[in-house]
Design a protein around this ligand. Structure first.
Ligand SMILES: [Zn+2]
Length: 210
């Protein structure tokens, strides 16, 4: 849910049921034989290397349809193999987390399994960095209750809370936000509850759930 975009899901590869999908680009009868030979060989090599790879050999839909279909389902990496790739001994790789030209690269068929494994690791790292940056940019430390009611409309409020049901209920009634998490790492000492001003032992996150 954190990683998705307007095109649909994006799965980190450690979670992904399918980590890479191979889409053959078929054009003419004469070229199809060599393309499918390469496709089948690459598929077998990746599978043998422990990559959860899927071959999309549907003939009733276009490559473009397949691209959109697998993007929506969040498969982290697409491998395109067409007549030009057969000629050059390469494949085209398209990362799900970077749409369009930015996420596209051409790599040799030799050593492909290692290149794919590296790229999957890189995708995972980049998704985590993006999600962490997004999270950190949405954490606020309001100075008073008024500010808390504002910041929970756009992110998390990190504030002292006295742990009383009354204070949490007030926040919920005023803003629809509730306490989401009491972090294990707590600042030294005590503070004052952002709602009632009484002593508070813990700093917690208030936010709305979706
Ligand atoms: Zn309180």
């Amino acid at each position: 849910m954190t990683h998705g975009d307007d095109q649909g899901l994006i799965f980190p590869h450690r979670l992904a049921h399918i980590q890479a999908v191979i889409v053959p680009i078929l054009k003419t009868e004469a070229e199809n034989g060599p393309v499918m030979e390469t496709v089948n060989r690459v598929f077998a090599e990746l599978k043998a290397a422990g990559i959860r790879v899927k071959l999309d050999d549907r003939t009733e839909v276009t490559p473009g349809f397949k691209f959109n279909d697998w993007e929506m389902r969040g498969v982290p990496l697409r491998i395109e193999i067409g007549p030009k790739d057969v000629e050059k001994g390469s494949v085209a790789l398209a990362r799900r987390d970077k749409p369009g030209r930015e996420g596209k690269s051409f790599v040799p068929q030799a050593g492909l399994a290692a290149a794919v494994a590296d790229l999957l690791t890189d995708i995972q790292k980049s998704l985590l960095e993006k999600a962490t940056a997004f999270r950190d940019s949405h954490i606020f430390e309001p100075k008073d209750y008024d500010e808390l009611t504002e910041v929970v409309q756009k992110g998390w409020a990190y504030s002292w809370w006295c742990e009383s049901v009354e204070c949490e209920t007030k926040v919920k009634e005023d803003t629809k936000a509730t306490t989401r998490c009491i972090p294990i790492d707590q600042p030294e000492g005590h503070g004052k509850c952002i709602v009632c001003g009484k002593d508070a032992k813990h700093k917690v996150y208030f936010a709305k759930s979706y």
